[in-house]
Design a protein around this ligand. Structure first.
Ligand SMILES: [Zn+2]
Length: 171
């Protein structure tokens, strides 16, 4: 599959849509957002990303004016893993608006990605308070109607939220 990066601009935002396989050949657009614009990454269709692409992405982010608001939207598990293992990839000032969490069915082994949304499934910390995590304990399996449970180790997968807050987690 090829790398596919599309950029749309509105008065308020620069939206960068990333799709398919992101590798060392990816090239992010050469843009100069206004300070009033947010830079939004639409991540839902990223199928694969390697660490070289993450390094390029992190470097690109580091060159933006730090006053610009950065938003990650519909981030898939593979990118969340890199938030957790690559220091500085997720800028401390950035907002993760939504991200996918895998749930697993014990009966039929189906894996479903649940979209966790900021303000509903998790509440960012403010003024030194802990992050609140309100993820559903179980969801219904679309295959067998069985109960699906979290397919992640919370402390590890949600580390990026906790590190950003610097003050622990409430579940
Ligand atoms: Zn099932």
């Amino acid at each position: 599959m090829t790398i596919d990066i599309k950029t749309h601009k509105t008065a308020d935002d620069v939206i960068i849509e990333l799709s398919n396989d992101l590798s060392e050949t990816m090239s992010l657009p050469n843009i100069k957002p206004l300070l009033s614009q947010r830079v939004i990454f639409e991540c839902e269709n990223i199928k694969y990303i390697n660490s070289e692409a993450v390094q390029l992405w992190a470097h690109w982010l580091s060159k933006l004016d730090e006053r610009i608001q950065i938003v990650f939207r519909k981030t898939p598990p593979r990118v969340v893993d890199y938030f957790n293992i690559i220091d500085g990839f997720l800028p401390t000032s950035a907002t993760v608006e939504s991200f996918f969490v895998p749930y697993e069915c014990e009966k039929c082994e189906h894996v479903e990605l649940y979209l966790a949304q900021r303000g509903k499934d998790y509440i960012d910390s403010s003024a030194g308070e802990a992050v609140q995590i309100n993820l559903p304990k179980i969801i219904n399996c679309p295959g067998c109607q069985g109960a699906m449970e979290l397919g992640i180790w919370k402390e590890k997968y949600l580390k990026f939220l906790i590190v950003k807050s610097g003050s622990g987690v409430t579940t």
